[in-house]
Ligand binder design. Structure first.
Ligand code: PLP
Length: 402
């Protein structure tokens, strides 16, 4: 069961580093990686951390040191992964809609590449032929995931080469003698249902005979983690034993061993993260009691963008009797974090903490309203240290030409 950082530790960090503040518990990341290692066969399963969820170089280094690979969604993320010490063989670039030049840049780094359009696959074939192994990102036409915005495999999604175009893929492979080393599908985020991963695996198994040089089947990311008290995540033990069965089946049918790859983002870093904020103002308006905090969707956009639920707690007075609040931010925009939420009675100046803030939190933050992005702190081996400082006014001016 989830064992979050204590109120006391979080209060101390807020006092020391100021708010709003992102805090990451390195031990929790290691624990999550261990869960993956124990649920799957480590000899034939590889994990690539989808680093768009949190790209701070200290986090990348920690994850690399655990032995985990890194999955990138832009060439710049690949440069960050290299900077963090990750070897090219452990970096994967799963592209979508990118310029061909970035794919060329990825080959110069020597990293794994998944190509997601016929257009780029054709350019790749013309340029590299058989000389550089490549994976193809397919769109399975399956609707799955927490909501439409985070669903990437359905038949109206821009992601991947539509499965119905497989013959065109095969034509390109033949024309250019392409070395297809992987088949990739990422169906979306927050996929609780193990059956979705298995359904995708089934689709890919049927394609195996077409690609004699195949090394792996990449089932993407999207493992669900609990955001609410009564929720459970993806059953990894079950997925682990089912993927082992699938690998055995592939061995039996096709006489070859294929690795299974996954690209978990949220699973590795969501629960390790906390956003600590401070209450600026309380405002009673008829039945509604607003608690206005020193943050907004410029720091944590998930509630507004995805209607995401984040647990919130008053860590300054955790034992006070509860009242019902609407939690809002301080930017000039409707930036509501939660409505009708029962919280221990709040006084102005209290710290409110948002849980599950590690993934797609700081990473999606902006300087909207010319507000500073929060500082970030990592707790590792029992010590906490700043891994990015808070902005200053100079940072806001840094790129402007005066
Ligand atoms: C975003 C993304 C992931 C990670 O998704 P999570 O829900 O964070 O696990 C994995 N693979 C690809 C290609 C992605 O774009």
């Amino acid at each position: 069961m989830f064992n979050p950082l204590s109120n006391e530790v979080l209060r101390q960090l807020a006092d020391e580093f100021g708010t709003p503040l992102y805090v990451y518990d390195g031990e929790k990341i290691a624990e999550q990686y261990q869960l993956l290692q124990s649920a799957f066969n480590p000899a034939s399963t590889r994990f690539f951390y989808a680093c768009k969820s949190l790209t701070n170089i200290n986090i990348l280094r920690l994850i690399n040191n655990l032995g985990c690979g890194i999955d990138c969604s832009s060439i710049n993320e690949a440069y960050l992964a290299i900077q963090a010490g990750c070897s090219p063989n452990k970096i994967l670039y799963t592209s979508n809609g990118i310029a061909f030049e970035e794919i060329v840049a990825a080959t110069e780094l020597g990293i794994h590449i998944n190509i997601d359009s016929l257009s780029n696959l054709e350019k790749f074939g013309a340029r590299f032929g058989h000389s550089y192994p490549v994976g193809i990102r397919l769109r399975p036409n399956i609707m799955a995931g927490g909501n439409l915005k985070i669903s990437t495999g359905h038949e109206k999604s821009k992601f991947g080469i539509p499965l119905e175009d497989i013959q065109l893929v095969l034509d390109l492979v033949k024309t250019h003698n392409l070395q297809i080393s992987g088949l990739h599908v990422h169906t979306g985020s927050e996929i609780k249902d193990v059956a979705v991963f298995l359904q995708v695996a089934r689709l890919l198994i049927d394609l195996i005979p077409n690609f004699p040089e195949l090394k792996c089947i990449d089932l993407g990311g999207g493992f669900k983690v609990p955001y609410q008290d009564n929720e459970t995540g993806t059953d990894l033990k079950e997925l682990g034993s089912k993927t082992a069965e699938i690998q055995a089946e592939i061995q039996r049918k096709f006489g070859k061993q294929l690795e299974i790859w996954f690209e978990p983002g949220k699973f590795l870093v969501s629960e390790c993260g906390y956003l600590i904020t401070k209450v600026n103002v309380l405002k009673q308006s008829g039945q509604i009691l607003f608690a206005g905090i020193n943050s907004g969707f410029n720091h944590l956009i998930r509630p507004m963008f995805y209607d995401a639920y984040h647990r919130i707690k008053n860590i300054s007075h955790p034992n006070a009797p509860e009242k019902i609040y609407t939690i809002t931010g301080n930017i000039c925009e409707t930036d509501q974090f939660a409505e009708n939420r029962a919280l221990a009675e709040i006084r102005e100046g209290d710290y409110l903490v948002f849980y599950n803030a590690g993934a797609y939190g700081y990473e999606m933050a902006s300087n909207y309203n010319a507000r500073f992005k929060p500082a970030q702190v990592l707790i590792e081996n029992g010590t906490s240290r700043l891994i990015s400082r808070r902005d200053t006014l100079d940072d806001l001016l840094r790129l402007q030409i005066l």
